[in-house]
Design a protein around this ligand. Sequence first.
Ligand SMILES: Nc1nc2c(ncn2[C@@H]2O[C@H](COP(=O)(O)OP(=O)(O)OP(=O)(O)O)[C@@H](O)[C@H]2O)c(=O)[nH]1
Ligand SMILES: [K+]
Ligand SMILES: [Mg+2]
Length: 371
Amino acid sequence: MATVMQKIKDIEDEMARTQKNKATAHHLGLLKAKLAKLRREILAPTSKGGGGAGEGFDVTKSGDSRVGLVGFPSVGKSTLLNKLTGTFSEVASYEFTTLTCIPGVIKYRGAKIQLLDLPGIIEGAKDGKGRGRQYRKNLQLHHHSSGRNQAHYTQEAHRERARRIWNKASLLCFLDSLSLHCLRMRKDKGGINFTSTVSNTLLDLETVKAICGEYRIHNADVSLRYDATADDLIDVIEGNRMYIPCVYAVNKIDQVTLEELEILDKLPHYCPVSAHLEWNLDGLLEKVWEYLDLVRVYTKPKAMSPDYEDPVILSAKKRTVEDFCLRIHKDMLKQFKYALVWGSSAKHKPQRVGKEHELDDEDVVQIIKKI
Ligand SMILES: Nc1nc2c(ncn2[C@@H]2O[C@H](COP(=O)(O)OP(=O)(O)OP(=O)(O)O)[C@@H](O)[C@H]2O)c(=O)[nH]1
Ligand SMILES: [K+]
Ligand SMILES: [Mg+2]
């Protein structure tokens, strides 16, 4: 019987032989799904109770949201953590200085953001090499997103140079607080439905059906929120990826020429910094803040002025008055009568609202309780 490795090789050979075009798209999709399943077999722990696989780094979540620093060894992750949080994480010129996850806290605009310094990743980490599995479990990284973004930003001629700089000094700040599922599936009756809210060029119904079929999924609504690939779909089916926003902080710009900077400038979601010389750290924080998409809500006790020092931090996706109450106290809703809101979400000053009302950044809220 063919070994798993043999089977993988056979499929890879077949994929290499198969011409890429519309007619073969669904067959290629099918092969990719088979490949993903075989790879998972290899990665699955063979000994029972052996543990290890899939363990996250042992760090207690704290603060209003989390940001992980991910990047190749010696790109300056620890230097950045130290500068931004005042924590101590060892810095050295050799690779793999940091061997565990070191947390620090950034206090920014009234929010506490936990920053995680992580050991350097190596090629193939996403397939479970090195500490890849730990990464995956902990932050549920989406390595493809970097691939996709990188593919967009340069022409062929620039790609190699950009990659070189990229490998030398890029950090990915993965923002862990919001999960942005770009692809959604729902099991249901009625076969496979395929819809898309954006123009999609990479997947068609037949390919989607072929891939789903390989996983014995016969009823599902597959809806795309971006131009997803067959690999993306497989990831979602395998359930091992979460799509989270990220900022590409390109470090060590003190060592990069102006010409190189211009190339990097075409990166989407990009922010140049020098952690060592503390260049543009404010810019990075501002960008991270923007991507975290948090909402600050100031509480106003009765007959007193609002507390602007210590806002309640909500995510832009969950920012109703109810979410606000739950953050203050779990029993608050029981006593809730209505709320008064000042700020951009309010039509009057103040507006009287119910618990479904959605709050905006920097709104002021006073909760009126039942007597
Ligand atoms: N020129 C320059 N050097 C930097 C900068 N940031 C960090 N370095 C240097 O890069 C080297 C590696 O920095 P670290 O902070 O240890 O890198 P790391 O990404 O945490 O490395 P690992 O933990 O080994 O993965 C050190 O010698 C730093 O002094 C920078 O902005 N400019
Ligand atoms: K290092
Ligand atoms: Mg380090």
